[in-house]
Design a protein around this ligand. Sequence first.
Ligand code: NAD
Ligand code: TYD
Length: 359
Amino acid sequence: MRTYLVTGGAGFIGSNYIHYMFRKYEDQIRIINVDALTYAGNLENLRSVEGRENYTFIKADITDREAMERIFKENDIDRVVHFAAESHVDRSIRNPEVFIKTNVLGTAVLLNCARSAWEREDGTYPEDKKFLHVSTDEVYGSLEDDGSYFYETTPYAPHSPYSASKASSDFLVKAYIDTYHFPANITNCSNNYGPYQFPEKLIPLIINNALHGKKLPVYGDGKNVRDWLYVEDHAKAIDMVQEMGRLGETYNIGGHNEKQNIEIIHIILETLQEMLPEGDPRKALVREDLITYVEDRKGHDRRYAIAPDKIKAEIGWEPETMFKDGIRKTIAWFFEHEEWMRNVTSGDYQKYYEEMYLS
Ligand code: NAD
Ligand code: TYD
């Protein structure tokens, strides 16, 4: 039975990936999920898999070398899928250091541990050992509104502390591939949305605020463009790259679904109105006049857009979920998980929200 070490599996994309993998492989794989449970990690996301015999959760920090070494020593790990990171641009602007620690040092620790566990004396690796580093399109910097795209060959030009730390971690993975022939892939994906996304990110923040009649903050002129991908399509792509990708290669993953932020907000408001039943008191709270233009994000990247040509040509992956369907599924999930939202928006989130938007 193949053993996966998933890092950051209690976060948004990691938990969706774990659900996807158990749906697909059921009892044919074993997953060890290592997560430090920062503000973004939530074991509620994994409640339905908790009781499985082929699932183990370990609370540990990926920068803790001894803890990571122990995990590799005690388990015969075949696949690493590395999600764990600090992931929010606005937080990186306020407090960059933790991004460098987790994203750069944490990745270095994992690469070292995996290499020590896997490399043979002659410098080769067993065929079944593979490391997948989950990264972002933000490493490529910002595009103009001119129809251009990010390709795997686009030079790196990160602007935020978040994207700079992810770029650094990508370069470390590339260095291990080049120097030690380390069996790894990198995926650079566009913006994800879907169930379990923490409401500091645009889509869940707008859904949550709209349902509570709170202001809907739009940075700058609202015309920044992101390429939105439904998270399950990302989970599927990661699995396909790990199984079918050429080792050492980078694959861009994107939704071919570019939208301005202000368009996203209008779509969410319209969809909420369509989905809320007549007589539901929240219908009166969901209002366009709550859209509020606020100060722009520092160094705000204008546009991201991925051309997922390579992953389509080599691996046959394509985005499957149309935005109109994905956003309905996402909103339906938030309707069904009001308690999840209440739990994650109490305490520390409230403090962050006040500092970010009300001070
Ligand atoms: P997230 O913030 O929701 O989850 C991150 C997870 O990592 C949390 O469970 C957190 O507890 C854990 N973590 C943080 N620091 C840790 C540490 N030091 N040790 C162990 N665990 C730690 O992030 P996400 O949106 O799920 O993103 C996952 C990965 O995908 C990240 O590497 C991110 O850069 C990348 N990515 C995200 C997007 C997106 O749109 N969200 C797009 C492309 C790539
Ligand atoms: P976000 O979800 O933080 O993802 P990223 O910065 O990684 O792309 O933001 C998506 C876009 O939405 C980005 O252009 C910033 C903008 N934005 C707002 O206008 N208002 C908000 O309250 C947030 C959180 C984001």
